[in-house]
Design a protein around this ligand. Structure first.
Ligand SMILES: NC(=O)c1ccc[n+]([C@@H]2O[C@H](COP(=O)([O-])OP(=O)(O)OC[C@H]3O[C@@H](n4cnc5c(N)ncnc54)[C@H](O)[C@@H]3O)[C@@H](O)[C@H]2O)c1
Length: 366
């Protein structure tokens, strides 16, 4: 048996999870991977084939009982398994709540039973809804999609396990991870996958809106390094925002990829800018991004063949377009409510402010 410390990585055949496996192996850990392969790919771990210190168990996280042997002797559990495509969650809320919340509870119970030293949860910045930027961890939470709600509830469950069962937990709210092995399925929101497939096909890039919207893209190896730091740190019960802290516009991405673009309509509920305030993670964990956006895009382009089978994205495929319209109509209906609430609360605040001002004015005049 290997004398290496053991880490369990859930969703370890997926995009971020497989890079997490690489970082842990390099750091001297034996890694046990759980993945039901709904989104994961065996080829993401192919470079570990033959390494007895990397074991892949193809199973659903919801099928594990607390005393499952896979967790025996584990030092850390790093939890990435879940469904990640945001917009379709509007049509399949039960599936998302089951995999992302109930699935997390199964992993927390296994971690608790094994007495691990740290459980690190992959949370999402989508919990902030349409947030003020740069966004700190104290920003109010307002999930606008079932996906966002499910990820937030998973985080709440993790923190609850620390409170009630003393399981040491940290949660990292990822903004926009990108890099090699990023998902090739799911045309919604996965801007890199769609653009790379379009580049391969020699088609123009389908830019949503005018392309000035920006995202706090962070290269995936920097994401994995942050999770390692959150596992190894003495800090527990902490929530960390994770981005580069330096948003990049979609137009800048097109510029780096090179080629023509066309514009498609804006999608409801999508922010104009995501921007993580990363002061907490940089100061508490001593982590900082190492891969620049230009360098990261270069690494992706060098591996462009990986995206050969990705969907071409909206505007190129009739079935895909109909699908997109249906989902967006559902999303728009639910988000109209949220938007009117925002407007309403803004109106109330403005009215309250002017009422206070005129009351003060009246008081002074008396
Ligand atoms: N990529 C991002 O920018 C981003 C942003 C915020 C949060 N996250 C979160 O990070 C995590 C990883 O995201 P990713 O981009 O690598 O996605 P991904 O889809 O590549 O990885 C998720 C993995 O989990 C596996 N999985 C899904 N449901 C499972 C289940 N019930 N049992 C076992 N395995 C299951 C999938 O097969 C896949 O390999 C997700 O939880 C996601 O919500 C990602």
């Amino acid at each position: 048996m290997s004398a290496r410390p053991i880490a369990v990585v859930t969703g370890g055949a997926g995009f971020i999870g497989s890079h997490m496996v690489d970082v842990l192996v390099e750091r001297g850990y034996a890694v046990r991977v759980i993945d039901n392969m709904v989104g994961g790919r065996e080829e993401n771990l192919a470079h570990h084939a033959g390494n007895p210190d990397v074991v892949l168990e193809k199973r659903d996280i919801r099928s594990y009982a607390p005393d499952d042997a896979l967790f025996r002797g584990a030092k850390y559990v790093v939890h990435f398994a879940g469904i990640g495509d945001i917009v379709p969650s509007i049509e399949r809320p039960m599936e998302y709540m089951s995999a992302n919340v109930q699935g997390t509870v199964h992993m927390l119970e296994c971690a608790r039973h094994a007495g691990v030293q740290k459980f690190v949860y992959a949370a999402s910045s989508s919990c902030y809804g349409l947030a003020k930027t740069p966004t700190t961890e104290d920003h109010p939470v307002e999930p606008l999609y079932p996906y966002a709600l499910s990820k937030y509830q998973g985080e709440q469950a993790a923190l609850h396990w620390q409170l009630v069962y003393k399981l040491p937990v940290n949660s990292i709210r990822i903004f926009n991870a990108y890099g090699t092995r990023s998902r090739t399925s799911g045309a919604y929101g996965a801007v890199f996958g769609v653009f790379l497939r379009q580049k391969i096909a020699g088609k123009p890039y389908t830019v949503v809106g005018d392309g000035t919207q920006s995202r706090d893209f962070l290269y995936v190896t920097d994401v994995a390094r942050a999770f390692l730091a959150a596992a190894e740190t003495e800090h527990t019960g902490r929530i960390y925002n994770l981005g580069a802290g330096n948003p990049q516009s979609v137009n800048r991405l097109v510029e780096l990829l090179g080629g023509e673009k066309i514009h498609i309509p804006k999608r409801p509920g999508e922010p104009d800018c995501t921007h993580a305030d990363i002061s907490r993670i940089t100061s508490e964990l001593g982590w900082k991004p190492q891969v620049s956006f230009e360098e990261g895009v270069g690494k992706i382009v060098a591996n462009i063949d990986y995206w050969r089978n990705a969907p071409l994205g909206p505007g190129f495929d009739r079935a895909g377009d109909q699908d997109l319209v249906r989902i967006h109509v559902a999303a728009r209906e639910s988000l109209m409510d949220a938007a009117s609430k925002h407007l309403y609360s803004h109106k109330i605040k403005t009215a309250a402010r002017s009422a206070t001002r005129s009351a003060r004015g009246r008081a002074r005049r008396k």
